[in-house]
Design a protein around this ligand. Structure first.
Ligand code: NAD
Length: 368
């Protein structure tokens, strides 16, 4: 049987994170990056040269490229809706970096447009497809912790102003610890528990301004527009409960903490911002953690694109869907609203639980 042609990819947005994507996507055999594009032509040209991509150009060049079947949208969050919308209008499938869009209504409209055009949307984070979280999913599905009941997540630290040279956007609407890092933690729980029914939260903004700590603008003060401490409760549609903390108001840094407690054991899941990491299980009646090595591929960013193109070829659902990303976005918006209303807020969007990946799944080994 002859091997099908690799799926044609156009990358729009050639900034920081494009390095990880281009390194991986140019090595995965089921896809071929055909063009790098950016509003800044110099960046597109440089990234095409650095990663051996045959063409570079403007976003319109990528959309008009006849071989491109899927656009990987790595632009800044404020441009996600426009770029993904243009790709859909051009009849291309879309993989978007997170967040899907800045607000829920725009995200809903984007999914509807994709549906109407008969193309698919996938969305980061694809860390949920890494060996660490997929091993956790398989362990839970096999009854390894009994019935899963609750989750506890923790992300705290002093905030990115200490090291980021231009941190203002991380303290503006659409960011803060909840919107910037929440997608990693909330997507893990979505993958393990399914959709959430309602949330409640307390938000605090103890510092109205902060000072840049690194780079050429070090010492410059800027305004903090969003809560930098968010403590939330979530009730899942299937009945599980979660306590979640997202804080940039702590001198003590602790992150990557996700614990799932079931009727028979507590499972410490690896850092949701990584693709690898072992599992730790503390069974009822035991005083020590049992280490369970993660099994599977930890190939990094772009894994979700490979799952998506294989799913399109096979005519089955992909895993990191736009529907799940929209749900996570709605959940974060509801948490933010609850911090103001001091009431529980409903979350109404739903998504189909993705199938777990086999331990043998590997984006470097062609599926055909
Ligand atoms: N940097 C990281 O470590 C990181 C990690 C995970 C996710 N992300 C996500 O990746 C995305 C990009 O982040 P980044 O750090 O690479 O940002 P960046 O600012 O380094 O790069 C963004 C690029 O998009 C281009 N761009 C902006 N608007 C555009 C438009 N309308 N059309 C075409 N190109 C446009 C810019 O010129 C720039 O080259 C964001 O959604 C971010 O949340 C970044």
């Amino acid at each position: 049987m002859s091997r099908p042609e690799p799926f044609g990819i156009g990358v729009i947005g050639c900034g920081n994170i494009s390095n990880q994507y281009l390194k991986n996507l140019t090595g995965f055999p089921d896809v071929a990056v055909l063009i790098c594009a950016d509003v800044d032509a110099g960046r597109a040209k440089a990234q095409a040269a650095a990663y051996g991509v045959p063409e570079w150009g403007s976003p319109d060049d990528a959309l008009a490229h006849p071989g491109v079947q899927l656009i990987v949208n790595l632009t800044v969050p404020a441009a996600h809706a426009e770029v993904s919308g243009a790709a859909i209008a051009a009849g291309k499938h879309v993989w978007s970096e997170k967040p899907l869009t800045l607000d829920v209504e725009t995200g809903r409209a984007l999914l509807a447009a994709a549906d109407a055009a008969g193309v698919r949307i996938g969305c980061a984070p694809d860390t949920v497809l890494g060996a660490g979280l997929q091993s956790a999913r398989r362990l839970i599905d096999s009854g390894g912790i009994g019935t899963p009941l609750t989750a506890l997540t923790l992300l705290q630290g002093p905030g990115p102003q200490s090291w980021h040279p231009d941190p203002e956007f991380l303290f503006a609407p659409g960011a803060g610890p909840l919107f910037d890092l929440g997608p990693y933690y909330l997507s893990v729980l979505a993958t393990l528990f399914g959709p959430v029914r309602q949330v409640a939260a307390i938000g605090r903004r103890p510092l109205e301004s902060r000072v840049i700590g690194a780079g050429p603008r070090a010492g410059t003060a800027f305004t903090v527009a969003v809560p930098t401490y968010v403590a939330a409760l979530a009730e899942y549609a299937a009945g599980q409960a979660a306590s979640l903390l997202f804080s940039w108001d702590s001198p003590l840094s602790r992150s990557g903490f996700v614990e799932i407690t079931g009727t028979e054991a507590t499972l410490a899941v690896p850092d949701p911002n990584r693709f690898d990491g072992d599992l730790r299980v503390r069974r009822a009646g035991e005083d020590e953690w049992t280490i369970i090595p993660a099994e599977g591929a930890a190939a990094g960013r772009g894994s979700g694109v490979v799952d998506m193109v294989r799913a399109i070829s096979d005519g089955r659902p992909h895993r990191a869907t736009g529907e799940m990303a929209l749900h996570v976005l709605e959940m974060m918006a509801a948490i933010e609203r609850s911090a103001v209303s001091a009431a529980f807020e409903d979350v109404t969007t739903r998504f189909d639980m993705p199938e777990p990946l086999d331990a043998q799944w590997d984006p470097y080994v062609t599926a055909h």
